[in-house]
Design a protein around this ligand. Sequence first.
Ligand code: CDP
Ligand code: MG
Length: 144
Amino acid sequence: MEYTLAIIKPDAIQGGKAGLILNRLEEEGFRIRAARLTRLTEPEAGELYAVHRGRPFYEALKRFMTSGPILALALEREDAVAYLRKVIGATDPAQAERGTIRALYAENKERNAIHASDSEENARREVSFFFSVQELLWTVEERG
Ligand code: CDP
Ligand code: MG
């Protein structure tokens, strides 16, 4: 089984959509292995989105991601990384396939409700950005 990282973004938390999004993730077969409601600092948001440093939207993205609480989720599922990208839809909700989380809940290309890791390597990096190995292991049901 594979892990990926999802973040329910400040717009969706503020808009009261966290429960609906979590429900959808569970219905899609993801197991929640770790979760944390937190608020990113500006350096944390910068580190998380380091690949976008220098892009025109980078500063605004950091402001948005630090504007309110987020819910970070370590999710487990077969083919988790690729499957979650399908379930969330395109970055711009206007381009997102009907029924995807972004098509349903995103406001616009920036305030787009949810983040998902885009590769297995980034999933490992992003899961460990938020969660310790202990936190991940302690919550695996099979351990009792
Ligand atoms: O989140 P995703 O992987 O689909 O998109 P990205 O290209 O990795 O961009 C990361 C985030 O930056 C997006 O989810 C948007 O919140 C924001 N963004 C933006 O505000 N304007 C853009 N033109 C592109 C991305
Ligand atoms: Mg991305």
